[in-house]
Every structure is written in C-alpha cells, then in structure tokens.
Design a protein around this ligand. Structure first.
Ligand code: ADP
Ligand code: TRP
Length: 332
C-alpha cells in the first residue's frame, strides 16, 4: 500500500513564484508516488471572519490554481475541507483531550494574540486540533509543509497518540513533516530583501497570473545597485536575488553571460532585467493562461471538487468508523 500524504493550503490570495517553487512543485512530484490528499483549508480561514463572497472567490481561485498548475484529480484527491464534515467530527473528539495550557503555548497562537488582540477566538486557540484532524482523518503519515508548521505537526502526533492510549487502539499513525528535496528552496523577492512573500507587497512579488505588462514593469523596477566600479567585485544582495531568479527561468548560457559581465565590471542591469523579464514571461504565460482558463470554467471546478470530496469521504468514513467504535459510539 502506498503511504498517505496530506497537505492543505489556506485560501489567502494568489499563488506566487515562491509558493510555486517552494511548495507546489513538490505536490506535483508527490501525486505521482503517494496516495495524496491535497485540500483547501477553508474551515481554518474562518478564524478571520471573511465575508461569504470573498471566501467563495478565494476558494475558487486556489482550486483553479491547483488544477491549472498540474494537480490531477485522477492521481491525487483534491477537495475542500468544508466538504468533509467528518473532519469537524474528529476535531470535536480530539478537542476533548486537547488541554488549554498546551494550546496557549503554541507559537502561532501567541503571535495572533499579539497581532489581533480583538479577535482571540476559540477557533484560533484550537487551530492545531483542526489541523491534526485534517491529517489524522486520512491516517496520513507524510505532511509536506514548511518549517513554520513543525510545532503544529508535533501536536498532531501528541493528539493522535493520546487518543490511541486513551482508547487502547492503534488507529492513528504518527505523521511526520516531509520535504521532497534535501535543500529547502527560498525564492527571493524583487525589492532586495529576503524571501518573496505576499506580505512584502505587490512590487516584491511575481504572481503566477501577472499580466505581461505588469510583469515587465515589476522586473524593470526591481531593486539592484549602482553597479560594480571595477572588475571582481562581489554581488550585492539585491543583485544576487536577480541572478537567483534568473536561475529559475533563464538558460545557463545567458546566466553565464551576465555573470561574466558582472565579474568584469561592465554589466548593464537594464539588459539583465530585460532578459529576466522576457524569460519570466515565457515561463509565466502558459501558467497564466491555464489559471485564467480554469477560473472561467467554474462548472468544471465544481465537478472536480465534488469528485474529490467523494474520494476524501471514503477515506474519512473508514477512519471515523474505527474512531467511533474505539470511543463506544455506534458506527455508521
Ligand atoms: P506567503 O509567505 O506569501 O504568505 P505562505 O505562507 O502562504 O506564503 O506559503 C505557502 C507555502 O509556500 C509554504 O509552504 C511556504 O513554505 C512556501 N513559500 C512561500 N514563499 C516562499 C519563498 N519565497 N520561497 C520558497 N517557498 C515559499
Ligand atoms: N496550517 C497550514 C498553513 O498555514 C495549513 C494547513 C491546515 C495544513 N491543515 C493542514 C497543512 C494539514 C498540512 C496539513 O500553511
């Protein structure tokens, strides 16, 4: 039997180049090799009380992007978290053995208490319990997530083990964080800083459906430096960032050309940016077209979500029968 992979993304905006190379590309590999469940974490997004139209729009967008970028509903299971009410039932059961003290100590919760003191709701406190339910509902063992999610995963192990011990069962395996490649990639942004992130603003971020003119403008305005004054000067951070972005989309010959130009102290950043903009457009154009195409095909998206929900529910029902039986409830 193939190992079970589970991962979710909160519907909080458009996918950018960092999301693609840092996370999404791994999903594409995983769907070939594992029994994978990729869901859109729309229950989780309720902690910030989105209005219904916005929520619907964001969920549609993520789903369209999932499909456009190559997740295949035949190879993996793609579904909306809210189409799997079994998750909510498991969340309720797990909450009975999740203790206030341990939930209050979670870093992401403490951050939220600081950043949004007016909305410290119980959903926020029990966010890790819901995330544990997401994973345990399929008895997942591998969870492709970034470093920031490690503590949540540790809690998923705690809640699963606690349930097993309490009810003398082995229904839940221990889920582990999982990365496809050894080195974790970090895609830099356009404003000279560290990693590309939507919170760093429009100018920093290349979205996978940026229009050609927008893309061109953003890249031509990217932060560089005053240029080397003599041969052999090392690259500044913003210039290194531009070279790192070239690595993603430009041919080795072109990168080597600009490398030499820099090393010899005669580089023209305008030329480099033009090259980067051209090659980035070549990379983005088909993705943009596919995303826009999917966004217009809402009926197909609905079918895909319904198909995924059915597959996910099959797996969830199996788990919940074992869980209900262990607790002493009748099975369905
Ligand atoms: P953002 O930082 O823009 O808010 P998220 O936190 O929603 O992005 O990230 C979703 C996924 O994309 C995570 O798995 C994260 O590790 C990955 N990711 C985001 N930005 C980058 C980046 N610049 N480089 C590599 N991976 C990234
Ligand atoms: N908490 C994750 C994030 O913010 C999203 C998420 C929710 C998730 N449930 C999950 C990820 C289950 C993996 C498995 O990125």
């Amino acid at each position: 039997m193939k190992e079970i992979v589970v991962s979710g993304i909160r519907p909080t905006g458009k996918l950018h180049l960092g999301n693609y190379f840092g996370a999404f590309k791994h999903f594409l590999t995983l769907q070939e090799q594992y029994d994978s469940y990729f869901f859109i974490a729309d229950y989780h997004s309720l902690t910030t009380h989105p209005n219904p139209a916005d929520l619907k729009g964001s969920v549609q967008r993520v789903l369209a992007e999932y499909i456009a970028l190559g997740l295949d509903p035949e190879k993996c299971t793609i579904y909306l978290q809210s189409d799997l009410p079994e998750t909510a039932e498991l969340y309720l059961f797990l909450n009975m053995n999740a203790y206030l003290g341990e939930l209050e100590r979670v870093t992401s919760f403490k951050d939220k208490v600081r950043s949004q003191p007016d909305n410290v709701n119980a959903g926020l406190l029990t966010y890790p319990v819901l995330m544990a339910a997401d994973i345990l509902i399929h008895r997942g063992v591998k969870v492709p997530v970034g470093k920031d999610q490690e503590q949540h995963l540790e809690m998923a192990r705690t809640f699963g083990n606690r349930f097993n011990r309490l009810y003398h069962t082995e229904v839940f395996p221990e889920p582990q964080a999982f990365s496809v490649s050894k080195e974790l990639v970090k895609i830099p942004g356009l404003t000279g800083g560290g990693k590309m992130s939507k919170s760093a603003g429009e100018a920093d971020t290349i979205y996978l459906n940026d229009e050609a003119d927008v893309l061109h403008k953003k890249i031509m305005r990217a932060v560089s430096d005053a240029g080397p004054t003599e041969a052999g000067q090392p690259k500044s951070q913003p210039v290194q960032n531009l070279f790192d972005l070239m690595q993603l989309v430009c041919s080795p010959e072109k990168i080597a050309f600009f490398d030499t130009e820099h090393a010899e102290g005669r580089i023209r950043y305008g030329d480099l940016k033009k090259q980067l903009a051209t090659d980035m457009e070549t990379f983005i154009a088909p993705l943009r077209d596919k995303i826009n195409y999917q966004l217009e095909n809402t009926s197909q998206l609905q079918e895909i979500a319904a198909f995924g929900a059915e597959k996910a529910r099959k797996s969830a029902r199996k788990t919940m029968n074992l869980v209900r039986e262990a607790i002493g409830f009748k099975t369905n």
